[in-house]
Design a protein around this ligand. Structure first.
Ligand SMILES: Nc1ncnc2c1ncn2[C@@H]1O[C@H](COP(=O)(O)OP(=O)(O)OP(=O)(O)O)[C@@H](O)[C@H]1O
Ligand SMILES: [Mg+2]
Length: 370
């Protein structure tokens, strides 16, 4: 009976949730309280990396230094999970993190030495693992493990649902950006184009010299506005990537009036997330060359190296005095942030008269996903 009640309460929470982290926290708390255990924590594992995504009532030893012992190093449960050996709920004989906490005299462990572990999954997909523990409890009964498994399965399904909803949102956003790009192109761009043609026609007919100058200015301004609008549309539209990064960079450069020399070293098989990231970074680098470098030749070099992809964007233009990452302004900072969002790094070399070189490195763990 109690078990059914637990499952029902948890199912209700999971059905209502839309925010992953909040959901995991609430459900963990419910699970621990309903099953009269002491504490619990959830590790998320993505692309071989784990993170502590939720925890409840951890003993002080595990909380020390902002939960350091929970956020680094390996342990038996994660090793098992990563080896693919963790298929069901199991008793973990001893917790390596707790052992370390005890050995290192990290503080109070509240009598917690062992925990149960269960993988979180939906069908074939796995998301991480859920651990629960109680003081002086060394083993969990089969009944307890079975209940944990049911709960973990429910959580896994809810995670999957939330992820699907997030993906859908991303697609909707993309569709919206495409729509906006199309609308801008069809309305404002066409108007600006007519404006520049009309100004040219009028200029040719005008006899008054002052009027001619004014109409010439209008034509010039309309032309510049049109160019900026084109650049904006390009940025809104990820379709630039249809034929791969290299041709996207060359076309974008052409549109800006630059001559872009793209070199590929190695065969690039980039996940779309990384490709889009490099594309955005490259666009800003090309914008900067156009605006600041004072030269029209730019090189973009892409290297597919064993564990990473490296992109170098080089111009021999006027360069600038670079005083370090703390002083980056918006355009350069957003390049850095984009790289960091996919665990990559950004570095910049520039000096007055010596040109500018920007290097982006993004790790690409090889293995399962290939
Ligand atoms: N390739 C380059 N050659 C010369 N100077 C550059 C180059 N790239 C950046 N800079 C210098 O670094 C500054 C900061 O660049 P950043 O992209 O952050 O800003 P911005 O281009 O001026 O403005 P925004 O990108 O917000 O439109 C520029 O103003 C310019 O002085
Ligand atoms: Mg810029």
């Amino acid at each position: 009976m109690e078990e059914l009640q637990t499952l029902k309460t948890i199912a209700e929470t999971l059905n209502e949730a839309n925010d992953l982290q909040a959901m995991l926290h609430t459900v963990l708390k419910q699970l621990v309280n309903l099953t009269k255990l002491q504490c619990g924590w959830i590790f998320f594992v993505e692309k071989g990396r784990y993170s502590l995504i939720a925890d409840y009532e951890l003993p002080p030893a595990l909380l020390k230094e902002e939960k350091r012992v929970m956020c680094e190093g390996d342990c038996w449960c994660l090793n098992r999970y990563n080896d693919g050996r963790l298929k069901r709920a199991v008793n973990i004989i001893e917790c390596k993190r707790l052992e370390e906490a005890i050995a290192g005299n990290w503080g109070e462990t509240k009598g917690i030495t062992h925990h149960a572990t269960v993988p979180l999954r939906a069908g074939e997909e796995t998301f991480g693992l859920l651990n629960v523990a109680s003081p002086h409890k060394h083993t969990f009964s089969n009944k307890e493990l079975a209940l944990l498994e049911s709960v973990a399965y429910q959580i896994g399904t809810a995670i999957k649902r939330i992820k699907l909803a997030e993906n859908e949102k991303k697609h909707a956003l993309l569709a919206e950006r495409n729509r906006l790009a199309r609308d801008l192109h069809d309305s404002v761009s066409q108007l600006l184009f007519s404006l520049s043609l009309t100004a040219r026609g009028a200029k040719e007919m005008a006899v008054d010299e002052a009027l001619q100058v004014a109409l010439n200015d209008i034509q010039q301004l309309a032309h510049e506005a049109l160019q900026q609008m084109r650049a904006l549309i390009w940025q809104l539209r990820p379709q630039g990537l249809e034929n791969g990064l290299a041709s996207a960079f060359m076309n974008y450069g052409k549109m800006l009036g630059l001559c872009v020399n793209v070199q590929l070293h190695g065969v690039l098989h980039l996940p779309s997330e990384i490709e889009e990231c490099l594309w955005r970074i490259g666009q800003e680098a090309l914008n900067n060359c156009k605006k600041h470098a004072g030269v029209s030749d730019v090189s973009i070099l892409l290297f597919d190296e064993r564990e990473q992809v490296r992109m170098e964007m080089v111009d021999q233009g006027r360069g600038f005095h670079y005083t370090g990452e703390e002083t980056l302004s918006f355009g350069l900072k957003s390049m850095k942030e984009r790289a960091e969002a996919v665990n990559g790094t950004f570095s910049l070399e520039s000096d007055i008269g010596k040109g500018t070189k920007i290097t982006i490195r993004i790790p690409m763990p090889r293995g399962k996903n290939e």
